[in-house]
Design a protein around this ligand. Sequence first.
Ligand code: ATP
Length: 893
Amino acid sequence: MIYHQMDENEAAKSLHTNTKTGLSTQLADERRKKVGRNELSEGEKQSAILLFFSQFKDFMVLVLLAATLISGLLGEYVDAVAIMVIVLINGLLGFIQERKAEKSLQALKNLSAPKVAVLRDGRWSKIDSKEAVPGDILKFSSGDRIGADLRIIVFNNLEIEESALTGESIPSQKHSHPILDDNPSLGDLNNMAFMGTMVTRGNGIGIVTATGMNTAMGKIAGMIQTAETVMTPLQRRLDQLGKILITVALLLTVMVVLAGIFHGHDIYTMFLAGVSLAVAAIPEGLPAIVTVALSLGVQRMIRKNAIVRKLPAVETLGCASVICSDKTGTMTQNKMTVTHLWGGGKTWTVTGSGYDSSGDFFDMERKVEVEREKTLHQLLTFGTLCNNAEIKLSGADLIVEGDPTEGALLIAGAKAGLEKASLLQQFTIEKEYPFDSARKMMSVIVKSPSGDRFVVTKGAPDVLALKSDAILWDGKQKVFSGQTVQEVNDAVKQLASMALRTIAIAYKPMKGKIPEKAEDVECNLTLIGLQGMIDPPRAEVKAAVKECRGAGIKTVMITGDHVDTACAIARQLGILSKSTKESEVMDGRRLNELSVKELEAVVEGISVFARVSPEHKLKIVNALQNRGHIVAMTGDGVNDAPAIKSADIGIAMGITGTDVAKEASSLILLDDNFATIKAAIKEGRNIYENIRKFIRYLLASNVGEILVMLFAMLMSLPLPLVPIQILWVNLVTDGLPAMALGLDQPEENVMQRNPRHPKEGVFARGLGWKILSRGFLIGLVTLVAFVIVYHRNPNDLPYAQTVAFATLVMAQLIHVFDCRSEISIFSRNPFENKYLVWAVISSALLMFVVIYVPVFQPIFHTVAIEPRDWLLVLGMSAVPTFLLAGTFFSRKR
Ligand code: ATP
């Protein structure tokens, strides 16, 4: 017999497991050793050696290597070896950078590896899904991806979408009954759940029947390819731009070579100089450095609790103009405490805070005995029974496992001595209709000690009121009519205006067969009353909202909660002003009535959307996007996935988020905190600015290098720099400081500017002008220094070349500080970026080594520069940066 044909007990027996306690950790470890980890094998990875050699496949580098070989054969051993060494070091650096980028991307993948809830040694806990073994008991609920192949043993309204396996996109209804068919297709196995499929509704428990490559997914897929890396818009633009830059650099290099030959230089020297110049000046490594800068930024974001799942998001973050954020848990602490209860026209208050289960109940000022207040007693009992959460002891503290809203109800019950465990000894839960945020309700069918059955439903009061036709008033049922409806509404409003989240509780007796569908149970109810719970705002959110406003980013609260609760919290957080206008708030009902087009017309003015269902989020994203906004949208449930996917930056919650939401997202908040979104946006802006900084530095340096050679050749001068010097500049002076710019601190005003336009070009905001003007000046001053010294003593060409070399290096090392600011070199403390200071000091020291240490002089064709000529070098090299600093030309254009 195969698992689907067995009943639950037979399946458990044949997998040697116990459905009440699960496997022991020891047995699980033994099984893992035998069957291996629960993972699908991945495609081949590029080996380190291949990656290393791929650094040298660039055309110009190959030409350079060939030219070096020729010069070696011609007897220029020193030059040949020196050039080879420099090319090797360059390749090695490229290799290290790419490895680092790859490793950090891999680490990211591991961070977001899926987890499963498993029963081991009688306790539920979360483990990495790759640790699961056959015989493990797994629990799953709406939004989870199934971690292994399972035989379902418990199901509540369970639906699983199996399109990844069967191609069928309509979810199948699952159950736990044996299927006797000998040879059913995968799609018919409704008592099994398969690895990689997605729970779209309800919850359940199953026994693992197969793991890893033995699962249906493993058999079909055979291999999964590693996810391809997507290029960010900037990388794509640089890739295109790179082709143009390469062409221009090559053309100029050819001009240099031709002009040199025309003016009498020998062909061989000019060829080698040209190739070296091409290698140095072609920014072929730019995309790779951008990747490194992006992945380093991603590392910094992790330290701030934001995991970037898709690299392009790093850039898009900097363009965000609206953040649509959930309220509960993201803006608030998700630590709920019931403080007020209402039933039959009476209000009670409860003392105590957090998850401490001691507290007293008061009716006005008077302390009450809960047993004597029938409605209050029922409200608390039913709140505890219709409840999936559990209170557990963790060290000395009580913690809630499960939904905090339900945890609050449990604690309120416990304060009256109504513990869930002891209630469950009298009452049996026969069926559960799980909560979902579209229905905004949850129900259970309870069997009382006397054998009677009844339905208990809890949910949003306005929804429950529509499902009720009676209300409990002074212990008696009263028809739910005009006046009582008004009283309930007033009570809800009263609690909500105190920023309390409200839950209504209702019940009805039940006879006959237990219905499958929630709709058939959640009707004709009798309303008992309300529980109102406080969920304090997170302390840091108010300041984050303010900072976002200053950065031109609007914060919009989207919540399933009552309008008044939402508004009260939004006012506390500064999302709404004290004098809120009606047009700033919209509820789900109004959203239903509007088309996306109609919503577009008003959406800019709205700061709070309340009582929304997840599908409304997509409408809001679309309306905002149609208005030209770049939208960040948070979410946690299955139904949030479409909105998260459509948003420019989809954000999932790390703690409360489901697998589905996480997979749809481009950013995960490890701490579910709104302030983390702000931190990520700031980091995103900074990363982009840093990339601009080193593009500016590298390209201006390249322009300078090409122009000095071109000018000299056009003026019929000797070569101002020899090939090995050009290559050295490319490796040391261009390389180190550019990397350090990638790690630069954000400019102070980075969160005081408006968001960047997403279509902005690489050279926008005056960058192109800055590159050309500074590059031109760097080339010019190098040439001037060369000409002055050369004319003084035309017989000592190496001396003039050494001065030109030093001027070029120093001009770049000074210019790098200018690149740190969009405004002016004077607007920032030059010593703030320690990496940069060290990069500049090291580059300068290496330059002195090359110029003054005798063993290097013949290799680099240098001679010691006399002290007085350093005045010339320093004077000239300061010009490109300081001539234009603070002038009209250095401002944004
Ligand atoms: P957001 O996180 O988007 O700010 P939310 O998570 O509070 O909003 P939902 O969880 O959809 O929104 O809750 C909407 C309403 O449903 C709540 O105001 C509450 O009345 C009710 N509700 C919430 N949780 C439960 C639950 N576990 N059982 C029954 N009703 C619930």
